[in-house]
Design a protein around this ligand. Structure first.
Ligand code: GDP
Ligand code: MG
Length: 457
């Protein structure tokens, strides 16, 4: 779905969706039952020097993911939100009219609402009002499959809702189900704050426990001794499609944002015979509310542990650069900006000016132009991955204690052994290995060499 630029007037614009066949014969309920979709009016402030249009476009895509169609766009030229109504008070009342005209049952606001603003807007419009964070949380709630995912979503939702709880219990039930009300369940939300706080405390402990378990899991993967490559990138760029195409894996692919919430891992053989573990991750979005980054930290830890990153981009998107930057900002926040990264310009089959994209890719150290969907150029992607892995190898030449033969076999599996000599004083190993393994080898070798020196002196 694309957002049309609203017909402008001084106060902002409103673009109605294609009208429902007839208001009389097709009341809102029938329409909803027929489509299973909520109809949303999407609200934004046209702030000067801001990327409000792109942000709005993303919100519409997110709404689509959450199962709500944009029945109209409603904007106002304003430099900052009204403390009471987000929009100006007059404009807020016009919003009520737009809601009625479009037969909408939901208002989505591109921004963060205070509980006061949300309450006021709900009173004026008489439909549920959900802000950006609420919408993203709803998507997370719909797509969390694992225990960990569900826990984190519930935790984030409760934390988000706690300060907004005052006096909203009844209204929420009145407004019925749908976006903004899914997840932990309304009965829980209607109970008192103390119980919610207690639940948050409990969830926090469970998340902590899970995060320890994940550390163990990572170690066991580490013991499997294969480098990990993570698919990262802006949401909907084609990560899961590429993951499937490369690993022939049966991962859920949807034309919906965030189809992948839980990390999924498969083994992949690269040209030259070396194996890596490929991990499909949840996508980044621009302006991801900070509290959500924290809630999904465990999902992103995967990325921090990875040896290489495969940054997938939708080269056919008009927002290619903005999306790339958003992903790179997120990676920088994870301290992953300098990790060896393969840039993947995906959806080449949809690109209008392929030459321009290819020129762009040619300027990068490691980049490929592919179509994950059509399976174009996947071979060259694999070859690039192998090369990137190769370049990440560090040369070590060390004397290891005889007891650390396991490090030698690791060097065989994860890198390239140039020579190994079993001497009375230890194993003399000359190899090219990944940086982390090199550090381990050097640490042990240093001890050993100091010990040998001490014996000799
Ligand atoms: P993710 O959110 O990054 O995992 O993205 P998905 O893999 O779920 O893909 C999002 C949408 O883009 C799906 O509808 C895919 O079919 C589509 N898609 C992925 N790769 C390509 C491609 O190379 N060409 C085209 N035309 N569509 C693609
Ligand atoms: Mg995905």
């Amino acid at each position: 779905m694309s957002v049309q630029r609203s017909s402008q007037n001084r106060r902002g614009g409103f673009v109605g969706a294609p009208k429902a066949p007839s208001n009389a014969s097709s009341p809102k309920e029938t329409l909803l039952r027929a489509t299973g979709l909520q109809r949303a009016i999407v609200v934004a402030l046209e702030e000067r020097n801001s990327d409000w249009e792109e942000s709005l476009q993303e919100l519409v895509a997110l709404a689509d993911t959450a199962g709500a169609g944009a029945a109209g766009i409603f904007t106002q030229k304003r430099e900052s939100p009204d403390p009471q109504y987000f929009l100006g008070k007059g404009r807020a009342h016009e919003l009520r009219q737009a809601v009625i005209e479009a037969g909408a049952d939901l208002v989505l606001v591109d921004g963060e609402l205070t509980s006061g603003q949300q309450n006021h807007l709900e009173q004026v419009t008489e439909v549920a009002v959900v802000d950006r964070t609420g919408l993203i949380l709803d998507i997370f709630a719909q797509h969390a499959h694992t225990n960990e995912g569900k826990l984190q979503v519930e935790l984030a939702q409760l934390t988000y809702r706690l300060p907004r709880l005052v006096g909203r219990g009844k209204e929420l039930s009145r407004l019925g189900g749908g976006i903004g009300t899914r997840g932990p369940g309304e009965t829980k939300l209607e109970s008192d704050r103390r119980r919610i706080r207690k639940r948050i405390g409990l969830l926090n402990k469970q998340v902590e426990k899970l995060s320890k378990q994940r550390a163990l899991q990572r170690r066991s993967r580490w013991q499997a001794q294969m480098p990990v490559a993570c698919l990262v990138g802006y949401t909907n760029s084609g990560k899961s499609t590429l993951f499937n195409a490369l690993c022939h894996a049966d991962v859920l692919v949807e034309d919906r944002l965030f189809a992948t919430l839980d990390p999924t891992i498969r083994r992949l053989e690269l040209p030259g015979g070396r194996h890596i573990l490929l991990s499909d991750t949840v996508g980044f979005i621009r302006n991801l509310p900070h509290q959500l980054i924290a809630a999904f930290h465990a999902t992103l830890e995967e990325v921090q542990e990875a040896e290489i990153l495969v940054h997938v981009m939708d080269a056919a998107s008009p927002n290619l650069m903005a999306q790339r930057e958003a992903a790179e900002r997120a990676l920088a926040e994870l301290d992953c900006a300098t990790k060896p990264t393969l840039l993947v310009y995906n959806k080449a089959d949809q690109v209008k000016n392929l030459e321009a994209i290819e020129r762009m890719a040619a300027r990068e150290t490691h980049a490929v132009v592919i179509s994950a969907l059509r399976g174009w150029k996947l071979d060259s992607l694999s070859a690039r991955l192998a090369r990137l892995l190769e370049e990440g190898l560090v040369e070590v030449s060390s004397l290891l204690p005889l007891s650390s033969a396991d490090l030698v076999s690791l060097a065989h599996e994860r890198g390239e052994v140039l020579s190994e000599d079993y001497l009375p004083e230890g194993i003399r190993l000359h190899a090219r290995v990944p940086a982390d393994l090199a550090a381990r080898i050097r640490a042990i070798a240093a001890d050993e060499e100091t010990a040998v020196e001490a014996k000799n002196s």
